[in-house]
Design a protein. Structure first.
Length: 141
């Protein structure tokens, strides 16, 4: 969070990233891991512009320019069901990571998909179990 604050994020924006989306249901990991995943996902984007400072439009659609044009009451006017239905970044229902396997509510790791056999480095991706053992990135390269 310190790095994000130094990069131009403010406390209200970070509070939104951490707390303004519901936890996955059921929670299958620690809340701390979910918060860490949300912060890592947000850190991949530049800080919101000064137009999106507290009191301006809410950050309902994280890091999408259209979010800054929405009225400040848009988030408060949505029901819980509507908020759960629409998520700009769909989180894994198991661990909270901001990505799921296509057509699933879990990420490839929670689904138990095997590691890609051709990915280099320490952060190998997961390969679909019905595929040839390579992740989508390696298969398309």
């Amino acid at each position: 969070m310190t790095v994000m604050l130094q990069a131009g994020w403010n406390a209200e924006q970070l509070r939104h990233v951490i707390a303004d989306r519901p936890l996955p249901n059921p929670v299958r990991t620690t809340v701390g891991a979910i918060i860490a995943a949300r912060l890592r996902a947000a850190q991949a984007y530049p800080p919101p512009t000064s137009a999106a400072s507290p009191g301006a439009a809410p950050l309902d659609e994280p890091f999408a320019e259209a979010a800054w044009e929405r009225p400040a009451t848009a988030a408060g006017a949505r029901s819980v069901t509507e908020a759960l239905t629409y998520r700009a970044l769909v989180e894994c229902a198991g661990c909270g990571v901001p990505a799921t396997a296509s057509g699933e509510d879990l990420c490839p790791a929670c689904l138990g998909w095997p590691l890609c056999r051709t990915c280099p480095g320490p952060t190998r991706k997961r390969a679909h179990p019905d595929g040839d053992g390579r992740c989508t990135t390696c298969a398309s390269a």
